[in-house]
Design a protein around this ligand. Structure first.
Ligand code: UN1
Length: 500
């Protein structure tokens, strides 16, 4: 067997091995015989070096004019465009989602890069009249310093770009720790940064396990922002780890998103939305539609057709353009899916309508494949309807009215995305107002957010911040209020304030 290519960390503008002397393999979840490369299993020393490099680079980068910072981002965007197909192909190989979706992932990174490059000429603050004559006042966004990005495997280029691009345009420097399942896409992205000519230390990449790197990264006194996307339980650990130093955190965590299908909905459209939202990315999106709340009047028609469509989905290697659903990311994720199918059947007592099994025949034996699975007659309190599964498992929950659908929709600890299918504008607006999520769709699925609106959720999905859109700048910059007094004297009103 040919030896797999070794990929290195990128620290202070150099490609370097980990001080640990250890590496880990990156295997294709669609065919685990394929090793895509070996990557550095970094340790605390590597984390420290990366943080030091970012800290040093910050001294210069923070004063580079934002429109000049933007020029580098525009170059990165152009290079990503040229490499889109190559990077999408490698992404499908390393994490399994189908090629159409990985093209979308790279495209989202391109879109975010251009969008944030545009912010280089905006980053507007406020100017407002002073109470005093001959005095101006304004607010400006200031960069913060070293930002640590801990990113997930399900959007291996898009999500890092949501964090890195706004951080850079605001004048910060970055330590990037991608998920262990997708180091190649992270490496590809950083390769583009290097070739676009970023100053050394501006972006540093260290690969390795979260459990080993989390503490040295988030507990460093030099790190000013930690931006994390992943599970709610890990997010809690990140939050607690950052709290003693008041390090700013941006957390984007779990979801249990619902599509509501009303009795006046266009049923076929709703079914397409439920298929795309439930089984796109093999259900491994935080925005995945893992619950479909259906009005009883259309329940039978919807369910029959939904199950028929799910059964017909072509599961396989995502590089095959006909394939509609790829494998789970790894064995442990597949085991979670199988565990939840068992919980649904045995503990919850829900009705399994289709799927429910791992696929093992033929070429499936080499990957982590599972059938698209639908449970019917699901009670909203069942575990399968409450807990994030992150796999191709959808619960159909019956309802009697819009009000009940909204209650069910709001009845989990999460609040990322939701959608309604209806032809009634009043129902749509009612739901839009009363559903407590960060993202809401009308007559579209729960997935497909674009880069220029805020992305994030309520409740245990987030901690109040949003990425994407202008909102992202609030994560990676701090306001400074500036008063300029050109009266040349201590103005009386100021004295009065003190005299009171
Ligand atoms: C995620 O699920 O982790 O809105 C991100 C969407 C994608 C991003 C999803 N643009 O579904």
């Amino acid at each position: 067997m040919a030896t797999a290519k070794a990929f290195h960390n990128y620290i202070n503008g150099e490609w370097v091995e980990s001080k640990s002397g250890r590496v880990f393999e990156n295997r294709n979840p669609a065919d685990t015989r394929q090793v895509l490369g070996v990557f550095q299993k970094s340790n605390a020393e590597d984390a420290k070096m990366a943080i030091d490099a970012a800290k040093e680079a910050y001294k210069h980068w923070r004063i580079v004019p934002a429109p000049k910072r933007a020029e580098i981002l525009f170059r990165i965007g152009e290079m990503l465009v040229k490499r889109k197909e190559e990077y999408a192909t490698q992404m499908t190989q390393e994490m399994g989602k189908v090629i159409k979706e990985t093209r979308g992932d790279v495209q989202e990174a391109i879109d975010m890069t251009y969008y944030m490059a545009g912010e280089g000429r905006r980053q507007f603050g406020q100017t407002t009249p002073s109470e005093l004559p001959n005095k101006f006042m304004m607010s400006v966004r200031m960069p913060m310093g070293v930002c640590v990005m801990i990113t997930p495997w399900n959007f291996p280029m898009a999500i890092p770009s949501w964090k890195i691009m706004p951080a850079l345009i605001c004048g910060n420097t970055v330590v990037f720790k991608p998920a262990t399942d997708t180091p190649l896409s992270a490496w590809n992205m950083v390769k583009v940064f290097e070739e676009a000519g970023i100053p050394k230390g501006m972006v540093n990449l260290i690969t390795g396990s979260g459990s080993e790197l989390s503490d040295p990264l988030i507990k460093s006194e030099y790190v000013k922002v930690v931006s994390f996307t992943g599970s709610t339980s890990v997010g809690k650990t990140v939050s607690e780890g950052c709290a003693p130093r008041f390090t700013h955190t941006h957390l984007e965590m779990g979801g249990k998103n619902a599509i509501m299908v009303m009795d006046d909905a266009k049923i076929n459209l709703a079914i397409e939305g439920a298929i795309w939202g439930g089984f796109g990315t093999t259900g491994q999106r935080c925005t995945a539609a893992s619950r479909v709340i259906v009005h009883k009047k259309v329940l039978k028609e919807f369910t029959d057709k939904f199950v028929e469509r799910a059964k017909a989905l072509k599961v396989g290697n995502g590089l095959n353009p006909d394939v509609e659903m790829g494998p789970s990311i790894n064995e442990s994720q597949l085991n979670t899916v199988m565990e939840y199918v068992k919980i649904g059947k045995e503990y919850d007592g829900a009705k399994l309508l289709c799927g429910g099994k791992r696929l093992t025949s033929g070429d499936y034996q080499y990957g982590y494949y599972h059938e698209p699975t639908i449970f019917g007659e699901v009670d909203p309190k069942m575990r399968i309807a409450q807990e994030e599964i992150f796999g191709p498992v959808v619960s159909v929950i019956p309802c009697d009215s819009l009000e009940q659908a909204i209650d069910i929709c709001n009845g989990t600890i999460y609040g990322l995305s939701a959608s309604i299918y209806t032809q009634d504008v009043n129902k749509a607006f009612n739901a839009m107002r009363d559903v407590y999520t960060g993202i809401f769709y009308v007559n579209a699925s729960t997935i497909g957010a674009e880069v220029h609106l805020p992305f994030g959720g309520t409740n245990h999905t987030g901690n109040g911040h949003r990425e994407a859109g202008i909102a992202a700048l609030d994560v990676f910059s701090e306001w400074k209020a500036i008063y300029v007094d050109f009266s040349g004297k201590l103005q009386k009103a100021q004295i009065d304030d003190f005299a009171e």
